[in-house]
Structures are given as C-alpha cells and as structure tokens.
Ligand binder design. Structure first.
Ligand code: ATP
Ligand code: MG
Length: 563
C-alpha cells in the first residue's frame, strides 16, 4: 500500500480535516495548501512526525500540496547539518514536497519592506530600551505593561534608524523594531512585540547580507501568506499568538489570508520531545549523537530499525485533537510490532550463549535443515541452517533447580530445538567456581525437523539455537527507555536518565544468514524481538540493535520496581 492509500483512509477523521473539507465544500478555497515549517536548529523527532503526517496527509487527501519551509530566522542556532537532516527525514517518512521547498530567509527583503510599511503607517517604532528593560516593562499576566519612552518617535526618525540598523551602524541589542499595538492588552503577545533585532551573525543561507533579523512571530504568518498557505496548522502553544498573526495580516498588504488552526502536540511517556533537551543530550554526551537509537529523533528511530510505516501507523492511531495528553510509549512499540511482525523475516540468534554438546551426535557430522523465513508468508521462502554436535542455546533457557512450571532445559527434561530435533538434558558441566559452562544432552534422530516422534511423545518448549562452528559472533545492543520516569523533568532531565538504557551483549551468536546480509531491514530473532544491523558493524563483526522486543517486558519490569 502506498502512503497515499494509507492517507486516503484517514480522511475526515479529525477536526482539522473537517475544517478543510468544509472550506472546500463551501468554496472558501479551491485548493488546500499546507506547510511543515521547522526551524533548522535540531533534528526532527517523533512529535514532528505527527505534524508532518498531518500537514502532508491533509494535502494529499484533498488533492492540494504541502510546502516544506525552513523558518530560518535565527542564524545563531541554525546549521546546514540540521537543514540536510530535516530534508532526509521528511523524505524517509514517506513525504515529498516536490518543487515546494522554501525558506523564511527567501522573504527577508519582502519582510523588511513590510516593516517599513508598518513604520510609515505609525504601527511600528524603534525602541532603544535594553532587552532587560523591555522585559521589565512588558508587565505580567495580571499587570499591564508600560509604554516605552521611545514609542512616539516620528515615522521619519523610525525609518532613518531602521535603515541604519540594516546598514550595520549599531551593535547587537542596541535597538529593536517593535510593533505599536497595545501595552495594556490582556494578551502579552500584543504588547508591542519585537519585529526585528540586530544580530551580527552569519546565516547559513544569506551569509552576512543581513545584520538584522525578523522575529519568528513576525516572519511566520507573513511567510504563510506569501506562499498562499490556506490552513496554517500548528501546535496549541501558538493559540495565544494567533491574534498577533492576524494583526500582521490585517495591517499589511499581504497577497493571501491564511487561517491558523491549533492541535495538541504529541507528548510521550518516558520521552522528552523538546529540541533544547535533545540538543543537551547530544552535546552533553549522554547519547552517542542525534541518531543514537535511544533518541526519539527520526534519525534515531531509523537507526534502531523502526520502519517509517510504523511511525505513520502510530500517528494515525493517536489521532489529532485539541486537548493535550501523554501517549504511552507502549502504543508506539505496538505499532512497530504490528508492522514488523508482518514484514520482518525470521532468523535465529542466541544473545547470551550456553554451549551444548550432543553426546550421541557423531563427531564431525553436520546436516542442513530447512527453516522458514516467515510463518505467515510462504512467498518469503525458506533457508538452510546447519546442525552439528555442538550448538548454543540461550543461557536463561536452562535452569538447574527449576520449578515445576519451567518447561525449558533442566536435568532430565526434553525440549524441541526449532527446525531440528528433540534433545534431553543429561548433565550440567561446571567450572571451578561452580558455574554452569555447558550442557551435555542427547538427541532423538526420529524427531528430525523438530517433528513429533512415532511414539507421539510431546514436549512443552521449543528453543532457538545456533550451531557452534558456523555461527557468527556479534555484538547486540538492547535499548530500554532513555528516561526511567514516565514523566521526566525537562528542567533537570539528567537526574531522570535511565542508567540501564543501553545493554551491550558482546558475545551473541548469529546464524550465518544474518551476518551475510548487509540489509538494514529489521529481522525477527525468534523468541527475542526485532533487530536490525547497525552502521557500527565491521566486516566479520556485525552489530545488531534491538528495535523492539516481542512483548512489552519493560512495563512488567518497571511495575515490579526493577527500574
Ligand atoms: P522549538 O522550541 O525550537 O520551536 P519545535 O519543536 O517547536 O521547537 P519546530 O522546528 O518549530 O520545533 O517545529 C516544526 C513544527 O513541528 C511546528 O509546526 C511545531 O508545531 C511542530 N511540532 C513540534 N513539536 C511537536 C510535537 N511534539 N507534536 C506535534 N507537533 C510538533
Ligand atoms: Mg517551534
């Protein structure tokens, strides 16, 4: 199914789509134009995915278009690396902006001309107050602000100062251009907001052409108007900014009139979706980079093996609403399992190996057995796996003094080795410290393929295994939530980090088919979960990431207080 098909089925499911549908039906617009407007000051995360799927999804469903626009108004925080990463990640998620790649910086000249327009109309002025004075005089939620002593400058004086600001005559912070609206407004955003500030900085796109930059609030709505955006969809925190955006649109000769609609941002348990915090996680070395598989970034999720389809499925399930809420991270894992269960081929890998010697299997003999690649998809075919006298099984599939309900390996117990034979555990071999280092077992040749023998004997467990001689040593990385608390404190996030978010298993053993493939697609390690090859893999030394376990074992462990 293509992305368009998926999107089409979502039509009419939320209030935004209802609005768009009604606008088109009433002829208020002939086509819908949306945009996804990131600031290039960090990598995209799963929260952005919600906004991307919504903006591109609505455009696709209603036959319109969605622009990708960089709101690049703050050169001190923006980098080319982020611009490239954002484009890559939006494409990876399955969306295409075609020709419609824009930048707020494309409009710097127009925005400047409109600022002059406001000055001439007596609706903007140059303020010489310091940043601290402006903040102090802004008032609070309960007290009105105070007019600036510079508020009544003439248009001529304001224009002259504004031109000189642009010409680079003044130092950073010396003056700003402010809108002249109402210092007594109940909405703080309308108390003479700053439109332009002086910033002698190099911009990734305009270089040193400018030393004054528009504020985000001043640039955002006008950029939408320039692009003919019909529905400016954004998150709830911009609701209080809407009156300001509307003021700009009403007071400027803009070519079109966008309408803004707000929806609730995605919040997820055990996760922080704040670019500031994510930046600090990277800069502080708490993670290995923006694409660390524990990060909620799209780059991290991709490296972890999450397919883009799972992210789109998740976003569809959580829906779009106007009320803030926190989504359980388990819901995300559910979507990932849903997709991977369907698409991932099955393989065998032993994460914590315990050696087994099969006493009655002839030394030097090996044989090939058939293993199916996908239990529900015959077209995925099968592969050969080699059986021999020495194999590895999972260490915790053996227990010495096992309780009655332990159906796996213990002395005297018979189990099935998947696709191979029934084996019975005869002896645990121990080292000087008394630790079990190997098992001695016997096998029943009448159970070849793992089939029930002629006497109809049954076993209660089927174990995965790999042959000792031709299995490939690998490093496997298991990921747990980056934050131990479901509601990490974004202010002091370091205290809430999960010290057990990464477990490295250096001695795992893979069946050869896994090591031979360079594919980055996720596979299922039978009985363990979904895994994918990591970019840190070296020739002869693969590294695999656990994308997600087969079941939600983390929730159980944390309920038991084991975090
Ligand atoms: P910043 O604090 O840097 O502004 P931001 O997360 O708002 O961070 P933007 O680059 O401005 O980052 O975001 C681009 C778009 O993604 C915005 O329209 C924003 O509303 C939306 N967005 C950001 N975070 C989320 C989220 N958690 N859920 C849904 N949409 C989000
Ligand atoms: Mg933002």
């Amino acid at each position: 199914m293509t992305v368009t098909d998926t999107a089409a089925r979502e039509a009419g499911q939320d209030f935004i789509r209802d609005i768009v549908e009604a606008d088109l039906a009433a002829g208020r617009h002939s086509t819908v134009i949306t945009r996804f407007p990131p600031e290039p000051n960090g990598y995209l995360h799963i929260g952005h995915a919600k906004s991307i799927c919504l903006n591109f999804g609505v455009a696709q469903e209603f036959g319109g278009r969605c622009n990708l626009r960089f709101d690049d108004t703050n050169p001190t925080k923006e980098e080319q690396e982020y611009i490239d990463a954002i484009e890559r990640d939006v494409r990876w998620l399955g969306f295409d902006w075609g020709e419609h790649l824009y930048h707020a910086s494309d409009y710097f000249e127009q925005l400047y001309a409109w600022a002059e327009h406001l000055i001439r109309a007596g609706k903007a002025y140059i303020d010489d107050q310091s940043q601290d004075e402006i903040r102090a005089n802004r008032g609070t939620l309960t007290e009105p602000g105070k007019n600036s002593p510079y508020r009544d400058r003439t248009a001529e004086e304001n224009l002259d100062l504004f031109h000189r600001m642009r010409a680079g005559e003044f130092a950073n912070g010396a003056r700003v251009l402010r809108a002249k609206i109402d210092m007594g407004s109940g909405n703080i955003n309308l108390r003479d907001p700053v439109l332009y500030r002086i910033l002698h900085a190099t911009h990734p796109r305009t270089g040193t052409q400018w030393c004054i930059y528009p504020s985000y609030d001043y640039a955002h709505g006008q950029s939408d108007a320039i692009e003919g955006v019909t529905h400016s969809i954004c998150t709830l925190e911009f609701e209080d900014h809407r009156p300001l955006y509307d003021w700009f649109l009403e007071n400027l000769p803009v070519p079109s009139r966008p309408r803004q609609y707000e929806f609730a941002r995605l919040n997820m348990s055990h996760t922080v979706l704040s670019k500031r915090v994510l930046t600090e996680l990277v800069r502080g070395g708490h993670v290995s980079g923006w694409d660390d598989p524990r990060m909620p970034t799209l780059a991290g999720l991709r490296r972890r093996g999450v397919p883009p389809e799972a992210i789109r499925d998740f976003v569809k399930r959580i829906g779009v609403a106007k009320a803030n809420s926190v989504v359980d991270a388990a819901m995300f894992d559910f979507s990932v399992r849903e997709v991977l269960n369907r698409t991932a081929q099955r393989r065998m890998a032993v994460l914590r190996p315990l050696r087994i010697v099969i006493e009655n299997y002839p030394e030097g003999q090996t044989e090939e057995l058939d293993a199916v690649n996908h239990p529900d998809d015959a077209s995925a075919g099968s592969r050969k796996i080699r059986f021999s006298r020495e194999i590895y099984v999972e260490r915790d599939d053996f227990m010495e003094n096992a309780p009655k309900k332990f159906y796996r390996l213990t002395l005297g117990k018979e189990v099935r080795l998947r696709y191979a034979y029934f084996v019975t555990c005869r002896e645990a071999v121990k080292n000087a410290a008394g630790e079990v280092v190997a098992l001695r077992c016997t096998y029943d040749p009448a159970t070849r393929g793992g089939n029930t023998p002629p006497d109809g004997r049954k076993v209660q467990a089927t174990l995965h295994w790999v042959s000792a001689a031709d299995s490939v040593p690998a490093e496997v990385r298991l990921y747990n939530p980056l934050f131990a608390r479901p509601d990490p404190n974004a202010g002091d996030f370091a205290a809430d980090l999960n010290s057990n978010s990464l477990e490295v298993l250096p001695d795992a053993r893979l069946e050869p088919a896994l090591a031979a493939s360079n594919s980055l697609d996720s596979v299922q390690f039978e009985r363990q979960g979904y895994f994918c090859r990591d970019v840190d893999s070296m020739p002869g030394r693969p590294v695999f990431n656990r994308t997600v376990g087969l079941r939600d074992t983390w929730a159980k462990a944390s309920a038991g207080g084991k975090t």
